[in-house]
Design a protein around this ligand. Structure first.
Ligand code: CO
Length: 155
């Protein structure tokens, strides 16, 4: 169980599911990816419990998750601690790269393995249902080399 996550997954290893980008204006970001980049954009999903709205941009090898905070005064912090998209925009009003999401076949096994290697989840440590309807969890950037990492249950 002290084997790193990628080796433990065997052939193929970790897959990048999506890259999360926080944007101050979801409509403007969608217009850029649709009209200038020519990408297909999924439906906008409102996640009131996470105080965000989200759209996924499709690429040949991955997706980009565009995240815009709804701007509620007291967004929930169980999943992301002080790393919500609202916190991000308060520091960086133009938006920018927020997180990288990796797909894992067994989220709880991955968390157990990572904890033994000193990599810890943010917030409560309990997975929640994310924008694509699958359990997700975020890892504390203090234990990942500085980048916010999302793990998503595959399948
Ligand atoms: Co994400």
């Amino acid at each position: 169980m002290s084997e790193p996550l990628n080796a433990a997954l065997g052939v193929g290893g970790l897959i990048i599911d999506h890259i999360g980008i926080v944007v101050p204006d979801l409509g403007a970001a969608i217009a850029f990816y649709r009209n200038a980049m020519g990408c297909t954009i999924g439906a906008t999903v409102l996640l009131e419990e996470h105080d965000i709205e989200v759209s996924f941009v499709e690429f040949a090898n991955a997706r980009i998750e565009l995240i815009a905070p709804l701007g509620r005064r007291s967004p929930p912090r169980s999943l992301l601690g002080a790393h919500t998209s609202g916190d991000f925009l308060a520091r960086s009003p133009q938006g920018g790269l927020h997180h990288v999401c990796y797909l894992v076949p067994d989220l709880s096994a991955a968390l157990t393995r990572l904890a033994r290697l000193g990599v810890m989840p943010l917030g409560s440590g309990r997975p929640e249902i994310g924008a694509s309807g699958k359990p997700i969890i975020f890892l504390d950037p203090a234990t990942t080399g500085g980048t916010l990492v999302e793990l998503k249950q595959a399948g």
